[in-house]
Design a protein around this ligand. Structure first.
Ligand code: BGC
Length: 490
């Protein structure tokens, strides 16, 4: 193996010395279109605040601001055994969570099942059958009984991480598929009966207590162990957040006549922010992503920052520069693999940003291995800069969501619980987001961070179990607001 050269220094100013003018011009242009200054972030956040308000109003706006019927936080005294099903994007996960007598303690066992990619664009029945199969396998594996009928019925919290209109917590009409899902015949339907029919067909001893969004689960699970937690966020395949409102501040549920100071969790679904294209600095690459997606015009914000799209934005730029006749970029190379849409995911960018070597050896290796392209040093410099620009734009724009919620609610200090592959794995995402929050919220130099985005507790496992427990507790107490099938819950 050739020597790798010295380890890379954080500042790489000198590294562009050998980059020829045509590529330097490209880099400058990319810096121009992908960089976001402080003023722009503030402008985006201020518009965001207005759109959050609009979503809560009777007229509504493009951010759905879905009431979830999760009416307050757990107090640590919830107990019992619950199943949790997590259908998020890439995997399916089934958990059994035992909330213990000791305040705030729990045990959890879980199994992950790969979600075949064909299911994302297949038929509705196949999806529900697959989900029920996974639950059946889980129960059979973890409960060694001859006959499932011997088991007591276990309540389940179903984390369905898509926008759903919920008139009740045990009900949810899919507004639209996101994250590249496109399964016919489900949009506009209540997903609960579809799920329950598949369970009933297999006579599984499971009853649905609550349909939950991953952000709401994250909020509840995180607040369970940290009372300064005010927002639950996902920065993963998709992006979104949930927070607590007072019923009295949600005009669109006035008709329910709930006590104005009763808390209710709101699933913002802010991936849909700026679908109208008013404020986000979309590049031509963002426009292509949107046009070629199954739902053009939807999830404008998400398409600029979420894990599903980062690799695709990167790929589109590289192909564009290669095809530019005025540039020498991958000249004479076969780039057919790079021409395949969605061939690169966010982990490809992570690997590039993680390359520690001055000569970008690892980046060169992955281009060779994954795409069959031999990249020269100046090309590698452009590649690295592009990954940094796309990753930094994602982190900085991502910060506008929680910042907008804080501004809207006049929260000056809190913790924000975050989960998702981009937050957990993408290099520098947390630090870049923290810098952006500081710029947006205007903390003094030297002042410590007032709003901290920290790793969340397991929202779609423990959070889902807690929400199921809270729902059952409410039924016992006769607080039936937003519960459809109280009998089933009892
Ligand atoms: C979905 C949200 C979800 C987010 C993160 C978005 O595409 O619409 O419901 O919370 O992804 O998983």
């Amino acid at each position: 193996m050739p020597p790798l050269g010295p380890r890379r220094q954080p500042s790489r100013r000198g590294s562009m010395a050998d980059v020829p003018d045509d590529l330097l011009d490209q880099i400058k242009e990319l810096e121009k279109i992908f960089s976001l200054e402080k003023d722009k972030l503030i402008q985006v956040t201020d518009h965001f605040v207005k759109e959050l308000d609009k979503g809560l109003s009777v007229e509504g706006g493009s951010i759905p601001m879905n009431p979830t019927w999760v009416m307050g936080f757990p107090d640590g005294n919830e107990t019992g055994t619950f199943l949790a099903l997590d259908m998020g994007g890439t995997n399916l996960r089934v958990c059994e969570v035992i909330l213990l007598e000791e305040k705030g303690e729990y045990d959890i066992i879980q199994s992950k099942y790969r979600m075949p990619s064909e299911l994302r664009t297949g038929e509705s029945d196949e999806l529900w059958e697959y989900i029920a199969d996974c639950i059946q396998q889980f129960i059979e594996y973890h409960h060694e009984v001859e006959n499932l009928a011997e088991l007591d019925t276990i309540p389940i919290g179903f984390t369905f991480s898509f926008p759903a209109t919920q008139e009740y917590i045990d009900h949810g009409v899919l507004q639209r598929w996101t994250k590249g899902f496109d399964i016919k015949g489900v949009e506009g339907q209540d997903v609960v009966p579809l799920f329950e029919a598949a369970l009933a067909k297999r006579k599984l001893p499971v009853k649905l207590s609550a349909l939950i969004n991953d952000t709401t689960g994250t909020l509840i699970a995180s607040a369970y162990t940290d009372s300064s937690m005010k927002i639950g966020c996902i920065f993963g395949t998709g992006c979104n957040a949930a927070y607590m409102e007072n019923c009295g501040s949600v005009p669109k549920i006035t008709d329910y006549n709930l006590p104005p100071d009763m808390p209710i969790a709101i699933n913002c679904e802010y991936g849909a922010f700026d679908n109208e294209n008013v404020v986000l600095p979309r590049t031509k690459y963002d426009v292509i992503i949107d046009n070629d997606s199954p739902r053009p015009g939807q999830q404008a914000f998400e398409k600029m920052i979420a894990g599903l799209y980062l690799g695709e934005i990167f790929r589109l730029v590289l192909v564009d520069i290669h095809d530019n006749k005025n540039c020498n970029f991958f000249s004479g190379q076969d780039i057919s693999k790079l021409r395949d849409a969605y061939t690169l995911d966010a982990s490809f960018l992570s690997d590039i940003e993680n390359d520690p070597f001055e000569n970008l050896q690892e980046t060169g290796d992955i281009f060779k291995q994954e795409l069959g392209i031999t990249a020269q040093k100046p090309e590698l410099e452009l590649i690295r800069r592009l990954a940094e620009l796309i990753g930094t734009r994602a982190a900085r724009l991502s910060a506008c969501g929680p910042a907008a919620i804080c501004k809207k609610k006049n929260i000056t200090t809190c913790h924000v619980g975050a989960d998702g592959s981009v937050f957990n794995k993408y290099p520098h995402f947390k630090a870049r987001g923290a810098v952006a929050l500081r710029e947006i919220l205007g903390w003094e130099k030297g002042q410590k961070d007032m709003v901290n985005i920290v790793s969340a507790e397991d929202g779609s496992g423990v959070g889902a179990a807690l929400i199921a427990a809270l729902t059952i507790k409410r039924v016992k107490e006769g607080n039936l607001a937003g519960i459809k099938n109280a009998e089933r819950q009892a």
